[in-house]
Design a binder for this molecule. Structure first.
Ligand code: FMN
Length: 325
């Protein structure tokens, strides 16, 4: 599939944008382990315009992570257009508009999934953004506002008319937030529409190689975007690719390899966001990295109580000694 002139090959696998997760060090890790393209955490266009440190910092792109899309969210068209100049300076491969965030704080302002309630406004904003940048524009959205207003086919056609180069669809409504299960059939209905020409990428609950194969072979979609399945498991991309190519399942890496990966992430993260924040934010990922390890609880306690990089690395070394294969 292609995003503009960017050729991502057959059935690309994308790392989903995830706030506090899809930072540059994690994106680099996912690229290294087979993600074909990554998307940044969402960035407030208001924050960019105000030169807020947190928003501007999120524009950083590591050498090892391209192709990458920068994701923006906003509610004010002029600010969104003005932010494009700052985004272009970071030279991403695409700019992705967030039309799916369900969080109250975001939708109450008219950003994120709020656009699904007004497809005409969504089309107008998108067309203006496309017109104001030379970067390929993609959008990430949901099936509709709630179960009574599923309008994704109309929305997708409007996005195509606005000049969008690909659409990422999370198979839930805004009302569902993250509950229930993603409806892949509803995503496939967009792809099947005779007027649909741009690539349609599925998102939501694609967390195993077999599910990725279903998305490709049964639902006929152009690619898969993986979010939570990659947390503590950046290898999911190579596992999916191997299965898609051969039908065989790869084993999860052993503890020593998992530890090497966590160390690589931590070292990068400390450099990027500073030791305190890096150590703090890494804590919620350890349980996922070591999923299935017997009697992990005491180790996890040690990891989450460690306060410096040196302390965390020392615990990780003890884990490797305890589980040498
Ligand atoms: C911690 C977290 C942060 C997220 N942040 C964003 C975000 O910044 N932008 C966005 O479009 N979606 C965001 N999402 C939604 C994911 O991109 C994705 O649509 C959702 O998790 C469903 O996919 P999954 O089942 O593969 O996780 C976030 C999800 C999680 C769990």
């Amino acid at each position: 599939m292609k995003i503009g002139t960017l050729d991502l090959g057959d059935f690309p696998l994308f790392l989903a944008p995830m706030e506090d997760v899809s930072d540059p060090p994690f994106r680099k890790l996912c690229r290294k382990h087979g993600a074909d393209m990554v998307v940044t955490e969402f960035i407030s266009t208001e924050g960019l315009i105000r030169n807020a440190y947190k928003s501007v910092k999120k524009l950083d792109i590591y050498p090892g992570e391209r192709p990458v899309a920068i994701q923006i969210f906003g509610h004010d068209l002029q600010n969104m257009l003005a932010s494009l100049r700052l985004i272009e300076k970071a030279e991403p491969d695409a700019v992705d508009i967030n039309y799916g965030c369900p969080v109250k704080k975001v939708v109450n302002k008219g950003a994120g999934a709020a656009f699904l309630q007004d497809p005409e406004r969504m089309q107008r904003f998108t067309a203006e953004i496309v017109r104001h940048t030379g970067l390929p524009v993609t959008v990430k959205t949901r099936l509709g506002w709630d179960e009574n207003s599923i309008n994704i086919v109309e929305v997708a056609l409007r996005m195509q008319d606005a000049g969008v180069k690909a659409i990422f669809i999370h198979g839930r409504t805004r009302k569902q937030m993250y509950g229930g299960t993603a409806d892949w059939d509803a995503i496939a209905a967009v792809k099947r529409h005779p007027d649909m020409e741009i690539p349609v990428v599925a998102n939501g609950d694609i967390d195993s190689p077999q599910k990725a194969a279903l998305i490709r072979d049964h639902y006929g979609l152009d690619g898969a975007m993986i979010g939570r399945g990659a947390i503590g498991n950046p290898w999911i991309f190579e596992q999916m690719r191997h299965y898609l190519n051969t039908g065989e399942l790869l084993a999860r890496p052993g503890i020593p390899d998992i530890v090497v990966t966590i160390k690589e992430y931590l070292n990068d993260a400390v450099r990027w966001k500073g030791e305190r924040l890096a150590i703090l934010e890494a804590r919620r990922h350890y349980a996922k990295y070591f999923k299935g390890l017997p009697n992990f609880k005491p180790w996890r306690m040690q990891l989450v109580q460690a306060e410096t990089l040196a302390e965390v690395l020392a615990v990780l070394d003890k884990i490797t000694k305890e589980f040498p294969e």
